[in-house]
Structures are given as C-alpha cells and as structure tokens.
Design a protein around this ligand. Sequence first.
Ligand code: SF4
Ligand code: SF4
Length: 181
Amino acid sequence: MEQFEGPFLLVDPQRCVGCHTCELACAAAHTQAGSIIGAVLAQERLHRRNRVVQVDAVKLPVQCRQCQDAPCVRVCPTGATYRTETYTAVDQARCIGCRLCMMVCPFGAIHVATTTVAGQEKRAAFKCDLCVDRPEGPACVAACPTRALSLRYPQREADRASQAAARQFLEALGSQPQLGS
Ligand code: SF4
Ligand code: SF4
C-alpha cells in the first residue's frame, strides 16, 4: 500500500507582497489568547513559525517543508522532533534546546527560543505545525491578503500534473494522424 504523504505549504512568489501578515497570523494562532492584542495584554510570548525573507527584489515566506525523511528528526538526540502521519512535530517538553535541528534544516525553518513548558521557562525548538489543532487549517493561508499561500497535498498535485499531461497528449493526438492507423 502506498504511503500517505501529508500536506505542505506552498507560496506563490508572484503573489507575495512581503507584508508579514502571515508571520503575525502564525504567532497569534499559537497563543492561548488567539490574537496579537490578546497575547500582548496577557503577556504571552509571541513566536512565529514562518519567516518572510527577501531574495533580490522578491519577498516570500519560508517555513517547514514537512520533509518525509526529515533531517531534524534524524539528528535530534532526545526524540523531541518526530514524524506523524501528517507533519514533522516537535515535543517541546523533550527538547533540550541544542539547536542541532536548526543547523540541519535545509530551509532554515526551525529556531530555538525561550518558552514556557509545564510552568517552567526553557529554551526549545519552534517550527511550523501546519496549525494541526486549528480546524480551519493554517492561519497563514487564511490571513494572506493576496492568497499567496496554499496548503497542498502531494497526491493531488501528482494527479493534477497527470491530468494536464493526458490532456496535452489527447490534444496533440487530435492534430496528428491516429495512432495505429
Ligand atoms: S524543519 Fe526543516 S528538516 Fe525538519 S521537516 Fe521541516 S523542512 Fe525538513
Ligand atoms: S533543539 Fe530540541 S528538537 Fe532540536 S535537535 Fe535539539 S533537542 Fe531536538
């Protein structure tokens, strides 16, 4: 049986205007308050799991690619990073803040920062979790004003590409002598 491949976030650089709304939405979605204002009033720490970067004249957000064979999982000495059926997760309670995951992530998608776990302050790794606890899906996708972000499923992308190739083949066939004739 074919292994299920979980979803991933895709950005369209031609749509991104670099407004950082996705970063704010990410940070807010991971607070108890659920909003930037609420978190500030409650003195909650704000941590975004994505980062808008600039490459020449283009700005675009970068976040975890949810690797199937994730370097961050392979390198973690405590088993704090692990792969679920859907995404690559971090258990901050097991994290010792060693930054190995941060060093091996090919996308620079992990950072280590101070947080509170079970009432104790500690350093721990942060990365995109696709907002798995949010029924509406990733907050960055919903918040982007230009619809530059989307949640994609590998199998659907493959199906789409196969359909397009099949259509192209049929169109080419229509303008050619019939095969086998
Ligand atoms: S954090 Fe980096 S290495 Fe780990 S799964 Fe995501 S993209 Fe891959
Ligand atoms: S920082 Fe935490 S999650 Fe990352 S490799 Fe070290 S223990 Fe594992």
